[in-house]
Write a protein that binds this ligand. Structure first.
Ligand SMILES: NC(=O)c1ccc[n+]([C@@H]2O[C@H](COP(=O)([O-])OP(=O)(O)OC[C@H]3O[C@@H](n4cnc5c(N)ncnc54)[C@H](OP(=O)(O)O)[C@@H]3O)[C@@H](O)[C@H]2O)c1
Length: 420
């Protein structure tokens, strides 16, 4: 996640763009006039929790929706999503969402979910005004998970999701029972942190966030906006600064992450790369469970920043060794692996999809033992979340499940070694 290739001039340009977006969308002092009373002490009876969760058609959101509706204290979950451009209904999309347990609207728990199509960037969220008022009157916790998850776009491509977040915060501070706004952020807000600093579980300076990923920059703006709202209105804010979410412990991990691209390319190359770093990925179950815990657990003060990463990381090389053992592939140095990959023509992108993340891999190779991923403090998560405290260490059984899933879904084609 290091930004070694940004020049000083580029860093300054990025900083100016981020500051101007933040001040344009959420200027200092801009929240207070809309606020109703939001004492951090606002209590919600434990059996009367009403959640508004955004982005439930996605990977984390669909798993979190299942966990929320299975929670005895949760009475209702408004699952708020944008409309589909292809015209598919929301219930159809929710039924096909990648949660570890499929959504069943007819089950006792499933009946707690109310699927809502809305555009949070539009006035009145472009939804039925009666339903909007029902949500405003009843909601106790807002969990903002929906985001454009695209790592190659510049920060200005995120202005619509940031404007949507602003509108949702305005909604939260006018909702009389709303006790908390939880924002699913990302460790890429620390993409440019100096290597001798461990990222704290607090707001981080803008310089830590400036880098190649407009995505991480946008998440920093989202964090800053929410913290501004919290200090101006007393709205309780929880920032779940999340690390890499790996596949489910039951196997499914939709291909698309850089890891899946590297594994597939390794099969074509005949070897896996050594990657000298730590691996603090959380499984889908841990990420979703932590999000639910951080939403429902009592917290002190107005704002909490929590790193949702594995409290007991393993070396990334151990993970690739587990993959190598299963797939029967040796490990070679990342630089040799990159050399071999670059011999493959770019047009063979199907066999060598790591071409899509080549710039990230080159930076990874260039930083060497300094490490690519930021060092992150991990204290608040285990303190506040039982799921994080009890998260299982990443082990062969889990990694094997992902590889078997990718073989079953024909993402990769490889026969596992018979003894495994
Ligand atoms: N996956 C990770 O490793 C990881 C790591 C750190 C943080 N996070 C954060 O976790 C959250 C969920 O990520 P995910 O991996 O579950 O992503 P995902 O599978 O791509 O799901 C994203 C969700 O957000 C919705 N969405 C996307 N763009 C939107 C837009 N412009 N307006 C409204 N809704 C939009 C999607 O709706 P459609 O179904 O309509 O596309 C979907 O419901 C995100 O905030 C992400 O930044 C993820």
């Amino acid at each position: 996640m290091s930004s070694v290739s940004l020049s000083t001039a580029e860093l300054m340009q990025h900083r100016a763009a981020m500051e101007s977006m933040l001040d344009d969308i959420a200027p200092v002092g801009g929240f207070s006039h809309t606020a109703v009373s939001h004492g951090a002490s606002l209590e919600v009876p434990s059996n009367d929790v009403v959640i508004l969760l955004t982005g439930t058609t996605g990977f984390l959101g669909s798993a979190a929706l299942q966990d929320f509706i299975n929670c005895p204290s949760v009475k209702r979950v408004y699952a708020l999503n944008r409309s589909s451009r292809s015209g598919r209904s929301l219930s159809e999309r929710q039924l096909g969402a990648p949660a570890n347990t499929p959504f069943d609207p007819t089950s006792q728990a499933g009946k707690k979910a109310v699927l809502v199509e809305a555009d949070i960037t539009a006035e009145g969220f472009s939804m039925d005004p009666g339903l909007l008022e029902e949500i405003r009157e009843n909601v106790t916790h807002i969990v903002h998970n929906a985001w454009r998850v695209h790592l190659a776009l510049p920060v200005n491509a995120f202005s619509d999701v940031l404007r949507g977040m602003r509108t949702l915060i305005d909604f939260a501070i006018t909702a009389p029972r709303c006790n908390r706004f939880v924002f699913v952020s990302s460790i890429s807000t620390c993409q440019n942190i100096p290597t001798d600093i461990i990222a704290p579980e607090t707001a981080v300076p803008i310089d830590f966030a400036i880098g190649r990923m407009g995505y991480g920059e946008s998440k920093w703006i989202g964090e800053a906006m929410l913290l501004r709202a919290a200090s101006e209105t007393g709205l309780k804010a929880v920032i779940a600064r999340t690390g890499q979410i790996a596949g489910s412990e039951a196997g499914p991990w939709k291909p698309g992450s850089w890891v899946s691209l590297v594994i597939k390319t390794s099969i074509a190359i005949g070897s896996l790369p050594t990657m000298n770093d730590h691996c603090n990925w959380v499984t889908l179950e841990t990420a979703a469970g932590a999000l639910v815990d951080l939403t429902l657990v009592p917290v002190e003060g107005t704002a909490e920043v929590v790193h949702v990463i594995h409290p007991r990381p393993i070396p990334l090389d151990s993970l690739f060794e587990m993959c190598g053992n299963f797939l029967g592939l040796p490990l070679i140095s990342l630089s040799s692996w990159l050399d071999r990959m670059q011999l493959a023509p770019q047009r063979q992108i199907d066999a060598y999809p790591a071409h899509k993340v080549i710039s990230m891999l080159k930076v990874f190779a260039a930083v060497g033992t300094r490490g690519y991923f930021p060092e992150m403090m991990v204290e608040r998560g285990p303190a506040l979340s039982k799921t994080m405290r009890e998260a299982e260490e990443l082990k062969l059984a889990i990694v094997r499940g992902w590889l078997q899933y990718w073989i079953k879904t024909r993402w990769i084609q490889s026969k596992p070694r018979p003894q495994l």
